[in-house]
Design a protein around this ligand. Structure first.
Ligand SMILES: Cc1ncc(COP(=O)(O)O)c(C=O)c1O
Length: 418
């Protein structure tokens, strides 16, 4: 890209003028905004008492795997029978962390060697991916191995080749409207993941389907569709391969919702057995609130359409500014759902862009965070999270962001061209 010195001065002046406004804006995390949270306020009224449909008083101990109506709801969200669902507490990340911890301490199934007794256990992580996944791996001593993400999901040749290593015990991924890629895995990718040969017989795919109903466009034709991974694994004779997770964090209340895991009967029985003395039961009052508020998929769809109406204009605004200001300089995803735009700056510019924005009062997700160890080999990817700031703030951020990108790109061009 060519950018003359005058333009660079103008950009610097523009950024300084923005900084002089003294704003403090935060775009770093994919959180719902307050208007989205308000959509679920009616859920908090418990007008019809506290009995679940099996007659249990949800205020009391019992139903450690979840009340029946909540298991049914999450079975529908994840695509598994209710009997193969464990409903958890307020965080799917907590369930993922626990499931991995059990694999490490006890082994995925009875008779499997605990992963703690295997040297150098590795977990495949499609990148760009979710920083929390990488940090869980790091905390638990699992080596996160980055795998390239293509338009239709992880590079399956790479995955299949890596899975020939017996120390590769699994993969952790966001298969729909990926964080931050925005990508949904194609049917072909789902089938290859389900059917591929793995050297580790206890290979597990942590299928973090956090954005399973988070379409930006309610009409069928503009949505992504994800093939049922459990069915694909069962059809391929690998029923135990996948553990599927989701939560209502981006449906009702973030951090105040309900999470769930679904998997094969054997996997669920194993998790349930190992949970026995971990807790008596999760918060069933919250499960009941959720199941009444979202009794079936039609209710979920109607509710998610309201979310989409709030956040779609934000995505479209950000994408519109990028289109106008940054075409030819950078590239970015145009997601049809989820919470993120995956921005790809010219190589070597991401850190500088994030720093320029920070100096001017705008916090973005740290460059590098969508990669294990925070290391983006190209220093290119920036995760843009448009949902949380109110539209007025977002407009301000989008005054600054293109200037920061153009300045970083111009500085790079000057370095390279002398
Ligand atoms: C892919 C993914 N998984 C999980 C979570 C967190 O979910 P929970 O609140 O259920 O722990 C997020 C939140 O941003 C996410 O993006």
């Amino acid at each position: 890209m060519r950018m003359n010195a005058v333009n660079m001065d103008e950009l610097r002046a523009g950024i300084s003028a923005f900084a002089a406004r003294g704003l403090r804006l935060d775009m770093s995390r994919g959180k719902p905004d307050a208007a989205q949270l308000d959509l679920s306020l009616p859920m908090l009224e418990m007008k019809d008492g506290f009995l679940s449909e099996d007659g249990a008083d949800t205020r009391n101990y019992g139903d450690p795997l979840g009340i029946p109506e909540a298991r049914r709801l999450f079975g529908q969200l994840l695509g598994a029978p209710a009997s193969q669902v464990i409903v958890g507490g307020n965080s799917s990340i907590n369930l993922i962390h626990d499931a991995l911890t059990r694999a490490i301490i006890n082994g995925p199934l009875e008779g499997d060697l605990p992963w703690s007794r295997v040297d150098g256990v590795k977990i495949l992580c499609p990148v760009p991916g979710y920083d929390w996944h990488f940090s869980i791996c790091a905390t638990l001593g699992l080596k996160a191995v980055p795998v390239t993400t293509r338009e239709d999901g992880p590079d399956m040749d790479e995955v299949e080749s890596l899975a020939r290593d017996p120390a590769v015990k699994g993969m952790i991924c966001v298969p729909m409207y990926g964080n931050p890629s925005g990508i949904t895995y194609s049917d072909a990718v789902v089938e290859r993941l389900a059917g591929m040969k793995t050297a580790a017989p206890d290979f597990r795919i942590i299928w973090d389907n956090a954005y399973c109903v988070h379409h930006l466009y309610p009409d069928e034709a503009r949505r992504d569709h994800l093939k049922n991974m459990y069915d694909a694994c069962a059809a391929a004779g690998h029923e135990n391969r996948v553990l599927m997770f989701t939560s209502t964090s981006k449906i009702t209340f973030a951090g105040g919702g309900v999470s769930a895991m679904a998997a094969s009967p054997e996997n669920i029985a194993r998790q349930a057995a190992l949970m026995t003395y971990q807790l008596v039961c999760y918060d069933k009052v919250n499960q009941l609130r959720h199941a009444r508020f979202l009794p079936d998929m039609a209710a979920v769809e109607a509710h998610m359409a309201k979310h989409a109406a709030i956040i779609r204009p934000k995505f479209e605004y950000v994408l519109g500014v990028m289109e106008r200001e940054l075409s030819g300089i950078a590239t970015w995803s145009r997601p049809r759902g989820g919470y993120f735009i995956c921005f790809r700056a010219p190589k070597g510019c991401a850190k500088r862009i994030v720093a320029l924005c920070a100096e001017a009062g705008v916090t973005l997700t740290p460059a590098g965070s969508p990669f294990p160890g925070g290391y983006d080999p190209d220093d290119s990817v920036i995760r843009i999270a448009p949902t949380y700031p109110p539209m007025e703030e977002l407009k301000q951020v989008m005054e600054l962001f293109p200037m920061a990108v153009k300045l970083a790109a111009a500085e790079k061009a000057r370095r390279e061209n002398g």
